[in-house]
Design a protein around this ligand. Sequence first.
Ligand SMILES: [Zn+2]
Length: 166
Amino acid sequence: MFIAHLPAGYLAADLVASTKDEGRRGLIAVGLIASILPDIDLLWFYLVDNRQTAHHEYVFHWPLFWISIAFGAWAISWITDQSWIRPYILVALIGLLLHMMLDSFAAEIYWLRPFSEFHLNAVKVPARFEWWVWNFILHWTFAVELAICATAILVYRRRKAVFRTT
Ligand SMILES: [Zn+2]
């Protein structure tokens, strides 16, 4: 997935934030960051690994890694009685898992690593063009990305209009 992670993260965070009375901006900010955080491993891919391993195989693209961190953060919040942080943990985990779900669309995501090599790749994008980016942009799955972007823009504009009138 190329361009839809951030708008999809916005839509998910907006949905979670709409169930809360306060902290809307903070929840959306956390959701937006989480929705693109796994792709920070592209730095490792280009700068350290010299493009030897598909970046979707790195630990930052393992759903169980993020679930473990969220579980740990939730446990710490429970031990220290800091319940205010739990909606942020929830929105972050939703953004992270949404990232992996969207990546599973046209790339291999190892949902059960490190315990299993099971991976999900809903649609195989054929390599038809020399520059690999065209393979994705000129594939029908890119229309899904555009639809997510358009939906996010519509929701954002509607929210802005609602806040302007209240
Ligand atoms: Zn990714």
